[in-house]
Design a protein around this ligand. Structure first.
Ligand SMILES: O=P(O)(O)OC[C@H]1O[C@H](O[C@H]2O[C@H](CO)[C@@H](O)[C@H](O)[C@H]2O)[C@H](O)[C@@H](O)[C@@H]1O
Length: 337
């Protein structure tokens, strides 16, 4: 499999949509996280009532938990009770297609960790040729949107909606400051996603994570219009506006004319905390299916799971084949023809 430029296929997509999302709110999994990020999310002064040492220690704990690389318990993935709660979307394939009877499937796909494997260098997160073909095919079968925090020139073609444009000069300024200030930390990488800044710590020695988080928070705290949250080995700084992947999903469904929920079956596939906002919307509306991409147990509002991008590809290919076989069945000549 050869790596390719991280852009999506240009033609034949029913929507051809890629979506830049200014993220907010994140996925607050537990109380300590709420406390820790309170200052940054409120533009206030961080760590809640925690002392500085404890606040840094819990920052590091959260950063560690942001992208687990092993199971905490000694049991294997297949034995995990989480797997029972969150069955594989591949095993549940027939149930998913049955639920789509009389409805329009609309596909929502996250990019990093979903369509492309997680890699150390965010500039080298590419879709394989096979995944590219699968995405292209799925977009010919169903309305399809890529919902990502990445900037348009890093993998996407069209942007339907970009909130917070007036904050761009400020985001640019913060990007410069963060790039400068984090130079002292080996492996730290600051990425400018236009509407959000990502400070990556995947390649930073764990001993330096606390120092990095402190540096970033000290800058973000000077900007009340920005908040910070955690993704997979990444600190994300974004506008404090009411916009997230859940709102993006609602906006897209509405734009496509699917206000009547009985007509539509949205399927959202994502791996990260920001995707939880979309899973939550689907869950609360009793609409479609959220599919979490993860090998490890996680707290989630998704209904099903896929372990890694290669399983996402398999799932997309099965959907394409199913859709094509349905089309073939419908067009088969009958005796009366
Ligand atoms: O909304 P998404 O498309 O899921 O974007 C979330 C972040 O994705 C990227 O970072 C992640 O993938 C990198 C490449 O595999 C990996 O190195 C990093 O540790 C992950 O967090 C992207 O680079 C970030 O800007 C996005 O915020």
């Amino acid at each position: 499999m050869t790596n390719q430029k991280a852009s999506l296929p240009k033609s034949k997509s029913r929507i051809g949509v890629a979506f830049t999302v200014a993220r907010i709110g994140g996925f607050m999994a537990n109380i300590s996280k709420k406390k820790l990020f309170k200052r940054t999310e409120n533009g206030g002064n961080g760590g809640g009532g925690l002392g500085r040492g404890r606040a840094i220690a819990s920052s590091v704990d959260l950063m560690r938990a942001s992208s687990p690389t092993r199971l905490n318990s000694p049991i294997s993935v297949s034995q995990s009770p989480w797997i029972f709660q969150l069955p594989s979307a591949l095993n549940m394939f027939d149930q998913i297609t049955t639920a789509s009877k009389g409805k329009q499937i609309v596909m929502f796909l996250d990019y990093d960790g979903t369509l492309s494997p997680i890699v150390e260098d965010p500039d080298r997160a590419f879709m394989t040729n096979e995944m590219r073909a699968a995405v292209k095919n799925i977009a010919t079968c169903f309305p399809t949107a890529i919902v990502t925090g990445r900037r348009r020139d890093k993998g996407n073609e069209a942007v339907l909606f970009q909130p917070a444009s007036e904050l761009l000069p400020m985001i640019e300024e913060v990007h410069k400051t963060l790039s400068e200030i984090t130079k002292s930390i080996n492996g730290a990488k600051v990425e400018n996603n236009k509407f959000c800044i990502s400070v990556h710590f995947r390649c930073v020695d764990e001993k330096r994570w606390g120092a990095l988080a402190e540096q970033v928070k000290s800058v973000v705290n000077q900007y009340p219009k920005l908040i910070m949250s955690l993704g997979r080995k990444v600190l994300e700084i974004r506008p404090a506006i009411k916009w997230d992947k859940g709102k993006a999903l609602e906006f897209l469904l509405e734009s496509l004319g699917f206000t009547n929920s009985s007509d539509v079956l949205p399927v959202y596939i994502g791996d990260d905390r920001t995707d939880e906002d979309a899973f939550k919307v689907l869950q609360s509306k009793g609409l479609g299916f959220g599919i979490l991409v993860s090998k490890f147990p996680k707290e989630t509002c998704a209904s099903y799971s896929l372990q890694e991008p290669s399983e996402v590809e398999e799932f997309l290919c099965r959907l394409v084949n199913w859709k094509r076989s349905m089309g073939a069945l419908l067009s088969k000549p009958t005796l009366s023809d």
